[in-house]
Design a protein around this ligand. Structure first.
Ligand SMILES: [Zn+2]
Length: 364
């Protein structure tokens, strides 16, 4: 009986270990899957996104542990984490204890971050909670694929922040003014909200317009409206928002663009065999197969974080008008999406540009 009990306990212990190993392996497989998406995104949607020099460390939190992918040397020297997985482009380490008690993470930090004291600052760092933790916090996150769109959005911030001219501009011009300051203005001033919605409507009409003249008329109205609102903000609440709005709109609009395009990519992508065999939350892109932007109005409709949507719509217009922005943004630190649009749209909507063939969402 005693012997039997011992072997029974051994089996339980062994099963527990296997389960823990499988759980850990799933973390490595998911991180690897995300890394493997980067070259496709770089090839199709933003050249250079997968370059090693733009990679940032990723801290991955479960509810009890934290892992870090591709940490810099000073981090390894200081924390002495254990290397638990590696392949040609990812090295994943585990730390002896969770970095902090914050229950949910999905962000990229640069410069000063009050919430952690991780010593590798001011290197940009990406933080994410596991799929399991995220799906409890964000019920819409019902699959690994959906969760990955959020992570890729954050990775794109890492890519932005690794451009020195850009991050210097961000630090210099935003100071202590966060994205939340703009959200508060939107939330507390109905006239501001109405004007943002009007501006966004001009952008959407320009995206949907069938000829260059219509596009030009809507963009003329957009820029007049935008200038008036910024002046009104200065006179009514004594805040000059031009610079911070340009910065956050460019930062979030382009990250949303990558997040959106990943869903476009999911619509045509072959299922990932490895993930399919180990991850029950991975659904082989089924819900994305007939992906239509019209079914995701939150992407292009401004809420209190309006600059995500307006920025995203400006990017779509730049694509439509075939105005180059990807080779310049972030390298020219001061440059913003609306400046590129404003200085180029008239050339691209000159009367001899003729008619466009456009799809239902305005893309061509
Ligand atoms: Zn973002």
């Amino acid at each position: 009986m005693y012997k039997k009990l011992i072997s029974f306990l051994t089996i339980i212990l062994f099963c527990g270990q296997v389960k823990a190993q499988n759980r850990e392996q799933l973390i490595f497989d998911r991180i690897e899957y995300i890394f493997n998406l980067k070259p496709t995104i770089a090839k199709k949607y933003w050249k250079g996104f997968d370059k090693k020099k733009y990679d940032v460390p990723l801290i991955y939190y479960t509810d009890t542990e934290s892992y870090i992918a591709n940490p810099p040397k000073d981090f390894i020297n200081y924390y002495k984490p254990t290397l638990v997985s590696q392949n040609s482009n990812i090295r994943i380490y585990k730390t002896t204890k969770r970095f902090d008690d914050i229950p949910f993470h999905m962000a990229t930090s640069f410069g000063i971050d009050e919430s952690t004291d991780i010593i590798i600052r001011p290197t940009p760092i990406m933080y994410c909670s596991s799929f399991e933790v995220t799906s409890k916090k964000i019920p819409e996150s019902t699959s690994t694929e959906y969760w990955v769109t959020m992570i890729i959005h954050e990775y794109f911030h890492g890519f932005q922040f690794k451009h020195k001219p850009y991050i210097n501009t961000v630090l210099k011009k935003t100071g202590s003014v966060s994205e939340d300051s703009l959200s508060k203005i939107f939330k507390n001033n109905i006239w501001f909200e109405e004007k943002i919605k009007k501006e966004n409507d001009f952008l959407l009409k320009a995206i949907q317009s069938k000829n260059s003249q219509e596009t030009k008329i809507n963009l003329d109205s957009f820029f007049i409206s935008r200038k008036e609102r910024r002046l009104e903000t200065k006179s009514k609440i004594n805040l000059e928002i031009d610079d911070i709005e340009k910065i956050y709109e460019t930062m979030e609009g382009t990250a949303r663009y990558i997040e959106y395009n990943l869903q476009v990519e999911y619509a045509i992508r072959k299922p990932d065999k490895k993930l399919l065999s180990v991850d029950t939350a991975y659904h082989s892109y089924q819900v994305f197969r007939n992906y239509k932007i019209e079914n995701d109005p939150w992407l292009f409709t401004p809420g209190k974080r309006y600059f995500y949507a307006t920025g995203f719509n400006i990017v779509r217009l730049l694509d439509k008008l075939k105005i180059d922005y990807k080779t310049r943004l972030f390298k020219e630190g001061d440059l913003s999406l609306d400046e590129i649009l404003e200085t180029n749209y008239k050339k691209k909507t000159a009367p001899n540009m003729g008619l466009w063939q456009v799809g239902a969402d305005g893309s061509n």
